[in-house]
Ligand binder design. Sequence first.
Ligand SMILES: Cc1cc2nc3c(=O)[nH]c(=O)nc-3n(C[C@H](O)[C@H](O)[C@H](O)COP(=O)(O)O)c2cc1C
Length: 132
Amino acid sequence: MVMNEAMMDAIEKDKLIFLATANDENIPNVVPIGFARPLDNKTVLIVDNYMNKTHKNLEKNPKASFVLGDVRKCPYQFKGTVQIFESGKYFDEAVDWAQSVMTKLNPKAAILLNVEEIYSVEPGPEAGKRVD
Ligand SMILES: Cc1cc2nc3c(=O)[nH]c(=O)nc-3n(C[C@H](O)[C@H](O)[C@H](O)COP(=O)(O)O)c2cc1C
């Protein structure tokens, strides 16, 4: 249940992930997210700048899944549980990061995704199999 170096590097360098959440009626919701980067091999920091349904979903149901925009480079599906921080060190890190890229950004929260399961999405016999 840990990301390897290649996965972490791909998340760090990719410009986009696609983040899926679900509401309390199990309606799925997927959004593109630019501010996502690994903090260590189990944790991805995601900056909530504009989240609406995503934030509401995560407050009620903290389970989330994402794939990279550049999924050919990193053909994995990541699943985990999030914690939402609206103050404190993760929030401060999110604000510093976002504002270092775009000064006008005013993050609402830092979303910390604890990666618990990783699956291959590589087309072929490994598709859908759990790798960690
Ligand atoms: C290229 C791109 C990058 C985005 N990056 C972020 C981001 O880093 N953080 C964020 O909160 N919203 C980001 N958004 C906005 C979300 O994709 C989405 O519009 C927002 O979460 C509202 O949708 P929701 O109601 O489904 O949550 C981005 C949108 C695009 C098109």
